[in-house]
Design a protein around this ligand. Structure first.
Ligand code: HEC
Ligand code: HEC
Length: 444
C-alpha cells in the first residue's frame, strides 16, 4: 500500500470506527426483545411501511470474497490497459469522486480527456474517426451487488444496464471492453461483429503480458493457478478470472450508513421532520413505492413512463432509445426502462436513462405532473398506471420528498477507504483512469 493510501486510511479510520460502533449498537438495539419498544404501526413509520435495510452481500458460489481478488479487481477497474486505445478505464466513467458514476448526461469514453462533467471526446488515436458519446446516462456501481433478478430477489445475478440485457456483475464486466464508444475504440477494427470477438481476447493477452498481473491472478485464484501448474489449464488469466476479479471489487461497494438506514436500525433522530414527512409522501400519495420498493428502493421492474428522449438508442428506431426492446426486440417492451435504485441519487445527477433531468426537484415535478414532459410518440395507455395521472402534491410535499431522497445518501462511510481511492499506480504502468493520451491532465 502506498504512503498516501495508508495515511488516508489512518485519517479516515478516526471517524470510521465510532460510526461502526454506533451502527452495531443500533443493530443490537433493534434486535433486543425489550417489549416496551414494540412499535406502534399507527405512529411508527418503520412498522407501517415495513422499512428494511440492505441484507448481507449475495455472493455467487464460484466467487466468494477474497482480499487478493478484491484488490486485484480494483487495479483492473482503474487500469486503462483494458481500453483498446489505452486511454480509458472503468473508473473513468465510474469514478469515486462522482459516486462511481460521472455526473454527465452521457458517458464519454475512448478518445476523451478530462474527467466527469469536464471530459471531452474527440477522435480515435487509431482511425482518426470521431468517437461519439455513450447513448445512455452512466449509472452508479455502488450497491450493484444487490440488483434484483428476474425472480424479484436481490441476487448475484441481478439485472444490469438500463435495459437489463445482462445478469450479474461477472457477465457485465466483459461488456465495456467490446463497446466501441465505451472502451474498445478502433484498436481492434471498425467492424463491430468482428471486433467484439477479437477485443476481449486481445485485452486478456495484454493483461497476461504484465508479470505483476500474472502474480496477482495466481494469488487471487489459487485453484486455477494449481490447474495451470498441473497442465489442465493454459492460463490463470482468462475471461472467467478477469470477470470474477472485477466483480469482486464492485460487489464490496456497498453503502449502508444512510440516514434512512440509521433510522430503520433504531436511531429516532436520524431523519429530520421534513424527511419523515417526505418518507410518508413517498409511500402514500406519491406512489413511489409502487416501483421503488425494498431496501434498494427499486424492484428493478421494466416500466414505460414516457421520459422525454435524448439518447440515441441502438437498433430498433434510428436516433431513438427503445429501452428494453433494444435487447429483447419485442415491441411490447418498447420504451421500457429498468427502475433504478434511489440510493445515492443525490450524488449522481443528471437523472433517467438519458440524463434528461438535472435535479431531483425536476424529477419529482415530472411525477407530480403525471409524466410531463413526455415522449411525443408514447400514447397515454402505454404509460404505467402509477405514473399516468398527476399526483396533486403541494409544493411543501414535493420539497419534503426531495429531502427524503437525500436521506438515502452515503458516500461509503463504512467502507475500507482503500475501496474508494484511485490506486496511485496500476500494474500496466499507465496513468490510472486517464491512460496514455492524457498523461498530465487533472493530476499532479
Ligand atoms: C465510457 C464510460 C464507461 C466506461 C469506460 C465503463 N462504463 Fe460502465 N456503464 C456506462 C454506461 C453508460 C452504462 C449504462 C449502459 C446501459 O444501460 O446501456 C454503464 C453500466 C455499467 C454497469 C451496470 C450498473 C447497473 O446498475 O445497471 C456496471 C456494473 C458497469 N457499468 C461497470 C463497468 C465496468 C466494470 C467497466 C470496465 C470494464 C465499465 N463499466 C466501463 C459507462 C461506462
Ligand atoms: C411505475 C414505476 C415507478 C414509479 C411509480 C416511480 N418511479 Fe421513479 N423511476 C422509474 C423508472 C422506470 C425510472 C427510470 C426511467 C427512465 O430512465 O426512463 C425511474 C427513475 C427515477 C429517478 C431517477 C434515478 C436515476 O438514477 O436516474 C428518480 C430520482 C425517481 N425515479 C424517483 C421517483 C419518485 C420520487 C417517485 C414518486 C413520486 C417515483 N420515482 C415513482 C419507475 C417508477
Amino acid at each position: 500500500m502506498s504512503k498516501v493510501e495508508s495515511a488516508m486510511r489512518f485519517v479516515r479510520r478516526g471517524v470510521w470506527l465510532p460510526v461502526v460502533a454506533v451502527a452495531v449498537a443500533f443493530v443490537s438495539f433493534g434486535c433486543s426483545d425489550d417489549d416496551s419498544k414494540v412499535a406502534n404501526p399507527e405512529t411508527d413509520l418503520r412498522a407501517r411501511f415495513d422499512l428494511q435495510t440492505l441484507p448481507a452481500i449475495p455472493y455467487p458460489p464460484d466467487n466468494p470474497p477474497r482480499q487478493e481478488r478484491i484488490a486485484l479487481g480494483r487495479l483492473l477497474f482503474f487500469d486503462p490497459l483494458l481500453g483498446g486505445e489505452m486511454d480509458v478505464a472503468c473508473g473513468t466513467c465510474h469514478h469515486p469522486d462522482f459516486a462511481f458514476a460521472d455526473r454527465r448526461q452521457f458517458g464519454a469514453g475512448v478518445s476523451g480527456s478530462g474527467l466527469g462533467p469536464n471530459r471531452l471526446v474527440s477522435t480515435s488515436s487509431v482511425s482518426g474517426e470521431l468517437v461519439a458519446l455513450e447513448p445512455r446516462n452512466t449509472p452508479t456501481v455502488f450497491n450493484t451487488a444487490f440488483n434484483v433478478n428476474g425472480e424479484g430477489a436481490m441476487s448475484f445475478d441481478g439485472f444490469q444496464f438500463w435495459d437489463g440485457r445482462v445478469k450479474g456483475l461477472e457477465v457485465q464486466a466483459t461488456k465495456p471492453i467490446t463497446s466501441r464508444v465505451e472502451m474498445r475504440g478502433d484498436a481492434y477494427g471498425m467492424d463491430d461483429a468482428h471486433a467484439t470477438a477479437v477485443s476481449l481476447d486481445s485485452v486478456l493477452t495484454r493483461i497476461r503480458a504484465v508479470p505483476e498481473y500474472e502474480a496477482r491472478f495466481r494469488d487471487a485464484f489459487p485453484d486455477e493457478a494449481l490447474e495451470v501448474d498441473q497442465g489442465t489449464r493454459s492460463s490463470v488469466i482468462d475471461s472467467s478470472t478477469y470477470a470474477r476479479a472485477i466483480a469482486s471489487y464492485e460487489r464490496e461497494l456497498v453503502t449502508r450508513n444512510t440516514a434512512y438506514d440509521r433510522y430503520v436500525l433504531g436511531d429516532d433522530q436520524a431523519l429530520n421532520a421534513r424527511q419523515l414527512r417526505g418518507l410518508e409522501v413517498f409511500f402514500t400519495k406519491g406512489r413511489c413505492n409502487d416501483c421503488h420498493s425494498g431496501p434498494m428502493f427499486s424492484d428493478f421492474s421494466f416500466v414505460c413512463q414516457a421520459v422525454p428522449q435524448e439518447g440515441t438508442g441502438k437498433v430498433v428506431i434510428p436516433g431513438d432509445d427503445a429501452g428494453r426492446e433494444e435487447f429483447t426486440l419485442d415491441p411490447n417492451d418498447r420504451y421500457m426502462f429498468r427502475t433504478p435504485t434511489l440510493r445515492n441519487a443525490e450524488l449522481t445527477p443528471p437523472y433517467m436513462h438519458d440524463g434528461v433531468f438535472e435535479s431531483l426537484e425536476e424529477v419529482v415535478r415530472f411525477y407530480n405532473d403525471g409524466a410531463v414532459p413526455r415522449h411525443p410518440a408514447i400514447p397515454v395507455e402505454q404509460i404505467h398506471p402509477s405514473v399516468r395521472a398527476p399526483l396533486g402534491l403541494t409544493d411543501q410535499e414535493m420539497s419534503d420528498l426531495v429531502e427524503f431522497l437525500k436521506a438515502l445518501t452515503d458516500p461509503g462511510t463504512l467502507l475500507d477507504p482503500m475501496l474508494l481511492t484511485v490506486p496511485e499506480r496500476v500494474p500496466s504502468g499507465l496513468d490510472p483512469v486517464f491512460g496514455v493520451r492524457d498523461p498530465g491532465s487533472g493530476r499532479p
